[in-house]
Design a protein around this ligand. Structure first.
Ligand code: UFG
Length: 337
């Protein structure tokens, strides 16, 4: 299938490209490299021994996106591109709305212009907000608690309205839990700009000596060891989930929201212990105050992904840490090495 991949040079996009190429799909990447590197695309090409093109453009560039769609004639779009820092979204909400929401509208218009009727969208478990109950299933009320999360919520609604205009349109709203890990080659992985916001890349940078110590954000939550619990999912599992969603969308019209998680939660202290084991070195940490906006626990029920897509995540926390460590230790400066 000809698949347009927005944000294809990013962390999840690059891992999904490998799966797409392995399954003989024909991807075209659109990326403005705002938070990603063209080196990731070169490495995907090397790892797969396959050639594919990319266009350097923002999804907010209407003319560029229309031209890409008109020339490439995609049969499906996998839409990763967007801004994703929760804290920054509170400082610059309008930038988040114009890039994430505005960019998606331009993309959907361009898809209509070229007759493309399949959309696979990178949503987030953050659309659920504070848990009324756990595990989160897809029927849980949506109540995102920051502008980033609200962009994902609004985009889901916009895609539903877009899909309702044509009985042959199909859209998958993939709600990711906490993606971690890296390709087993150690050649591609997560390369955050500046100080990492997220736990796993922060631990990895402590392990490699780039940062002195980790701060554990609170140990007085109502969880077994007091630290926050999350559903960490290996990025390769997430990538294969996109392939399953693409197959499903090719066979079914309509819109489906699907959690992509493992169904199992791990605490911050469990992740630290698993990473110490994988890296063979201690991870110094101190316990600090809670981070504003954090919730105690978040994990998925993965039942819908299993029944609808025939997909489930299988890679262990140990493997997530080993693969993150391989990537980080071989590329201490990420793609700028
Ligand atoms: N944590 C620390 N220290 C750190 C970073 C994180 O103790 O330096 C803790 C957090 O308090 C939390 C856990 O580690 O308990 C995970 O935090 P992350 O920042 O890695 O992940 P979040 O669950 O907060 O958020 C992530 C993404 C969001 C996405 C959400 C989906 O950052 O974009 O998962 O549920 F929306």
């Amino acid at each position: 299938m000809r698949v347009l991949v927005t944000g294809g040079a990013g962390y999840i996009g690059s891992h999904t490209l490998i799966e797409l190429l392995a399954a003989d799909h024909a991807p075209l990447v659109v990326d403005n490299f705002a938070n990603s590197s063209p080196v990731a695309l070169e490495r995907v090409a090397q790892l797969t021994n396959r050639v594919f093109d990319h266009v350097e453009a923002s999804i907010t560039d209407t003319a560029a996106i229309r031209q890409v769609c008109d020339e490439f004639q995609p049969e499906a779009v996998i839409h990763f591109a967007g801004l994703k820092a929760v804290g920054e979204s509170g400082q610059s909400p309008l930038t988040y709305y114009s890039t994430n929401v505005g960019g998606t509208i331009e993309l959907l218009k361009a898809m209509d212009g070229c007759g493309c009727r399949r959309m696979i969208f990178s949503s987030s478990a953050t659309v659920y907000g504070v848990a009324d109950y756990l595990p989160f299933d897809e029927k849980h009320p949506l109540n995102p608690v920051n502008p980033y999360g609200r962009t994902k919520f609004f985009i889901e609604e916009i895609i539903r309205d877009w899909a309702a205009t044509d009985p042959e349109k199909s859209a998958m709203l993939l709600r990711y839990f906490n993606p971690v890990g890296a390709h087993q080659s150690g050649r591609i992985g997560e390369d955050p700009n500046g100080i990492p916001d997220n736990l796993m890349p922060y631990i990895a940078q402590v392990a490699v000596g780039k940062r002195d110590q980790l701060t554990v954000f609170g140990d007085d939550y109502d969880t077994p060891d007091g630290t926050g619990v999350r559903d960490y999912i290996h990025v390769n599992d997430l990538a294969s989930g996109h392939l399953a969603a693409l197959d499903y969308a090719a066979r079914h019209a309509g819109v489906e929201a699907v959690n992509l998680g493992t169904g199992k939660g791990h605490s911050v202290l469990e992740v630290i212990a698993a990473f110490e084991q994988a890296a063979g070195r201690p991870i110094p940490y101190t316990v600090g105050p809670r981070r504003p906006g954090d919730i105690a626990s978040s994990h998925a029920t993965a039942a819908r992904a299993a029944s609808l897509l025939g997909w489930q995540a299988g890679i262990s926390l140990e493997q997530m840490c080993e693969d993150t460590w391989r990537w980080q230790s071989r590329n201490p400066e990420g793609y700028s090495d």
